[in-house]
Design a protein around this ligand. Structure first.
Ligand SMILES: [Zn+2]
Ligand SMILES: [Zn+2]
Length: 172
């Protein structure tokens, strides 16, 4: 989303409210794909404190990911705060640094800021449910749906003995 900063850039100690639903492209990060089917709500303000602009906002919405254990697509809600210092430099291309966001001219594209902050705020792994059993490493069966036979490879010796007896009695 492009924000028009022209009204605030020269208005020292002025501020402007920000409350907008923005759509975002899906993004890949560490092998996981994040998408935002309904966009994200960016709610906050930009204030001018003479030397720089300060962006403070809360971001909330729904993100579509895959469960880290069973790979099923799932949705989860996100909610995080953004606090960035915006510095204007007409000789530089817009970029997002660890400490500041540099922009030029009178507009700022906040997509990178929001996505960067989102990636910093996500918890390690998403799970479709806390006790997700995941996939069998042998056959790929979704163990939430049903058990597979891989874990039964080692037959209890007592059952093995019984099976032997049954086999023998069959052949008699
Ligand atoms: Zn799962
Ligand atoms: Zn299996």
């Amino acid at each position: 989303m492009i924000i028009d900063l022209s009204s605030i850039i020269k208005d020292y100690d002025g501020s402007m409210q920000l409350c907008q639903k923005c759509s975002f492209e899906s993004t890949d990060f560490l092998g996981e794909e994040f998408s935002f089917p309904d966009g994200l709500l960016v709610n906050g303000k930009i204030t001018n404190n003479t030397k720089s602009l300060q962006l403070q906002a809360n971001v909330s919405g729904t993100v579509q990911v895959h469960c880290a254990r069973c790979c099923k697509p799932m949705e989860t809600s996100v909610n995080f705060d953004i606090s960035e210092v915006l510095v204007r430099d007409d000789n530089a291309d817009e970029f997002v640094d660890e400490d500041v966001v540099v922009f030029s001219g009178y507009t700022l594209d906040i997509d990178d800021i929001v996505i960067n902050n989102f990636l910093m705020n996500i918890s390690a792994k998403f799970l479709c449910k806390e006790d997700c059993k995941g996939l069998c490493p042998e056959c790929g069966q979704d163990l939430n749906v049903s058990e597979c036979n891989c874990s039964n490879d080692e037959i209890d010796p007592r059952w093995a003995a019984l099976a032997e007896i049954m086999k023998n009695s069959d052949t008699e």
